[in-house]
Design a protein around this ligand. Sequence first.
Ligand SMILES: *[C@@H]1O[C@H](CO)[C@@H](O)[C@H](O)[C@H]1NC(C)=O
Ligand SMILES: *[C@@H]1O[C@H](CO)[C@@H](O)[C@H](O)[C@H]1NC(C)=O
Ligand SMILES: *[C@@H]1O[C@H](CO)[C@@H](O)[C@H](O)[C@H]1NC(C)=O
Ligand SMILES: *[C@@H]1O[C@H](CO)[C@@H](O)[C@H](O)[C@H]1NC(C)=O
Ligand SMILES: *[C@@H]1O[C@H](CO)[C@@H](O)[C@H](O)[C@H]1NC(C)=O
Ligand SMILES: *[C@@H]1O[C@H](CO)[C@@H](O)[C@H](O)[C@H]1NC(C)=O
Ligand SMILES: *[C@@H]1O[C@H](CO)[C@@H](O)[C@H](O)[C@H]1NC(C)=O
Ligand SMILES: *[C@@H]1O[C@H](CO)[C@@H](O)[C@H](O)[C@H]1NC(C)=O
Ligand SMILES: *[C@@H]1O[C@H](CO)[C@@H](O)[C@H](O)[C@H]1NC(C)=O
Ligand SMILES: *[C@@H]1O[C@H](CO)[C@@H](O)[C@H](O)[C@H]1NC(C)=O
Length: 431
Amino acid sequence: MAHVTVIPIMLIISFFQCKTLFSSSLASEQQDVGDAPELHNTVWISKHEPGVILSWNNNLTKEETEKYTVKYILSYKFFNTTHENEERLQKKKKRINLNLHSGFNAKVKTQLFAKETDDVIKESGWTAFTYKAPPVYIQNFSCIIYNISFFNCTWYIKAEAPEDIQIFFSYRHIGKDFDCQQYIKNARKKNIGCHMKEIYFQPSRKINLNITVRGMKNNSRLSYYKIFTPQTIEKLNPPINISVSLENRSIQIHWKPPPTIGSASSKCFLYEVKITDRKIVNVTGEKYEYPFHKPARKCAAQVRVKKEKCIRNKIWSEWSEPVFIDHEKTVDVILLSLTLFCLLIFLGGLLIRACKRYQCLEVITMPVPHPSDNIKTWLAADDTTRYWNQMSVQREMYSDATMGTPEENRDENIQQQKCLKESGLEDLQGQ
Ligand SMILES: *[C@@H]1O[C@H](CO)[C@@H](O)[C@H](O)[C@H]1NC(C)=O
Ligand SMILES: *[C@@H]1O[C@H](CO)[C@@H](O)[C@H](O)[C@H]1NC(C)=O
Ligand SMILES: *[C@@H]1O[C@H](CO)[C@@H](O)[C@H](O)[C@H]1NC(C)=O
Ligand SMILES: *[C@@H]1O[C@H](CO)[C@@H](O)[C@H](O)[C@H]1NC(C)=O
Ligand SMILES: *[C@@H]1O[C@H](CO)[C@@H](O)[C@H](O)[C@H]1NC(C)=O
Ligand SMILES: *[C@@H]1O[C@H](CO)[C@@H](O)[C@H](O)[C@H]1NC(C)=O
Ligand SMILES: *[C@@H]1O[C@H](CO)[C@@H](O)[C@H](O)[C@H]1NC(C)=O
Ligand SMILES: *[C@@H]1O[C@H](CO)[C@@H](O)[C@H](O)[C@H]1NC(C)=O
Ligand SMILES: *[C@@H]1O[C@H](CO)[C@@H](O)[C@H](O)[C@H]1NC(C)=O
Ligand SMILES: *[C@@H]1O[C@H](CO)[C@@H](O)[C@H](O)[C@H]1NC(C)=O
């Protein structure tokens, strides 16, 4: 593993650059605290896959080393980037992962601190160093973990890359090596991506990618390495179980976070809610209250999510399927109750009309015999029952008689009495 190759050429460059920089820093930083011309660093590099190790030394005397606390300031910047990495170190080396950069500019200086007070006593000027890595033939390399167990990486092959190369992809995670399951190819049959599935990720453990460029003619090999933690490249699925409800005259949209390979604590998630024709809003909770401002005819609510606080992640999920806020539905609550009310009145009116026609109102208004009387009557002998029946029949006969003319009714009366006799009612009268 620790195959270390010192690069002497770089060392020479370093010496040269250090001298020029040293003199310039002397001129510009006269007033600095104890800028000591006698302090001097030597810098060199060694390959240590998957990166390089930058090392340096000082020429402090034995007394100085014992008397003071010695620290180093390392500053480095990859080619074609703007971010300057600066660190204060006590060690005399630093491991740098190139992450597909084609090299970097670094500078180192020594600082001596008083052991008691921690004040800077002396410091050296900067010693600069440039590391030019082997050519990087790919660009715009990016990876994504999605749907929990899916893993995609894609890249472009630079125009200046030799014609005969092919690119191979593998990675190491939790102490295991994995080869690409399925390459994505361009029209020239070059591998420009890798698609993998059913991968188990340990969210906090690093993934070490190994992208190897192989020259097919002379069998040369060049490997680039990239390291990251799975959580930082996770693209979440859209939020789930999205529902819309009307509460307190405002529309409430509720949802739940999607599953994730990392922490599922609710404070990790940041959501965006998009409602047709409205500005997208950021939400940290699991609901959004949409003020009831008479929404457009039919508007759709969509939610997307990413991790924000627990881990820095720039990748938003896709938007969820639209959930429609049915304006009619919300208004209809009032409308529906109104309709129901009208219907009730109409039906009520109909009932009253019908009642008037069939005189059921009289029945309703007629005094109801006392139930206890009724019971007594029924409890009495059969005769009484018959008596009641007879009475009602007689009343009926009487009312019928009064309705017709007396002449006609006399006959009818007789006839009805005959009927009564025939039907055996006479027997009852006799009893
Ligand atoms: C350290 O190096 C500088 C420059 O090469 C030299 O001037 C100085 O005397 C050296 N100091 C020691 C203690 O060797
Ligand atoms: C990247 O930086 C190197 C070294 O500084 C330079 O030679 C090269 O032209 C730069 N490339 C781009 C695309 O800027
Ligand atoms: C690669 O990324 C750079 C910015 O980093 C961009 O300008 C360029 O268009 C990208 N190339 C392709 C082929 O997408
Ligand atoms: C997401 O993963 C599940 C379970 O592994 C699978 O059934 C589903 O098809 C995947 N969805 C997509 C869009 O790939
Ligand atoms: C991942 O790659 C596969 C295969 O090319 C593709 O079907 C899928 O859409 C990609 N998914 C993402 C999220 O890039
Ligand atoms: C990277 O992959 C290449 C080709 O498979 C291999 O030769 C090389 O040893 C790998 N590098 C590491 C550090 O595993
Ligand atoms: C081998 O081939 C590659 C790609 O064509 C080229 O960059 C490299 O210089 C070649 N190496 C030797 C030793 O010829
Ligand atoms: C989402 O809804 C389904 C079915 O309605 C239910 O089984 C599941 O538990 C819900 N998930 C969450 C996180 O509430
Ligand atoms: C409705 O509003 C009142 C006061 O504004 C509040 O106390 C109540 O919790 C709200 N109800 C719901 C379901 O949001
Ligand atoms: C939402 O938050 C993201 C990330 O913090 C930020 O980039 C974006 O500008 C915010 N959007 C709004 C509308 O506040």
